[in-house]
Design a protein around this ligand. Sequence first.
Ligand code: 1HN
Length: 348
Amino acid sequence: MRGGTEPMADMQSFKDDIAACQLTPLWEVLHNLVPAQPSSPAKPHIWSYPVARSHLMRAGELITAEQAERRVLILENPGLPGSSAITQSLYAGLQLVLPGEVAPCHRHAQSALRFVLEGSGAHTAVNGEKVLMEPFDLILTPSGLWHDHGNETADPVVWLDGLDIPLIQMLDCSYAERYNENMFPVTREPGDTRHRYGRNLRPVRRTDHDAALKDQPLFHYPFAEWREALGTMASSTAPDAYDGHKYEFINPLHGGATMKTISCFCQLIPKGMTTLPHRSTDGVIYTVCEGEGTARISHQDYPLSPQDVLVVPSWNSLEIEAADDLVLFSFSDKTVQDKLGVWREERL
Ligand code: 1HN
């Protein structure tokens, strides 16, 4: 019957008929497809560093970094089982490189950050430049750049990996290649790109002779530098009621986010402060660099200690109480949402 309502039995046989033709009715799914508010299946979660570390060290006895290609324990969101994802768009893991090991050279479509949690003096090499890794340094390996890791020190190095794997997976645009040797040939001195691009200067007629670095010339943001910047801000300015003192790490070429798909931030919440609750459409991964405190996510408390990793999914309210001066690093897909014009926050 045209223009009228189908009786129930007719509706069922209609659905059976269209299913055979790969057709399905929108009216049954519309409100789930386009919810009135963001509603992530991801759940808030915290990984205690001592617990995760003990499992990572056991992995260190079972497989070498070279055998594994990357010896990583994935931080999988409890609301996204089997997905290898910490939020719907991002992946995170804890990587271990033991003394004398190398994680062999490769490149891929995915962009990655490394945030050092433990160990001093290991390196990540990016397109032929070694970056020496110190605790709480941020190191970028943007899309398409060759990278390998090595540990020539006497102690293990552990870092937090953050990659845009689920986003790239969703776009079906992945590629990955192994370099034909374990380590990419060294072509620049350690610190070369940081001196060229990390000092508020821009080379005139670029002389870095590495076209691969055209969009992403800076990949090392040392803790010693960003911690000092936070300390200076905190000593002379009142904290923001929602964020405390907070900086975004930037790409010096344009002042925007560190990488095309991942935004990175550091934050100092002064001792005794509790931030006001707010929520945003980007799911955020935090790690603690200094201090103890409590994160209240959608009214549930998560105790924070150094090196713990916390995920706050999209649109969950967050308040942070700082028992000490609390220094946090965080990353999210905010820059993607900004580019699409869909990022929002609500100060509650
Ligand atoms: C990767 O390249 C690294 O380079 C770590 O350390 C984790 C997970 C999936 C795909 C590539 C690394 C990764 C990864």
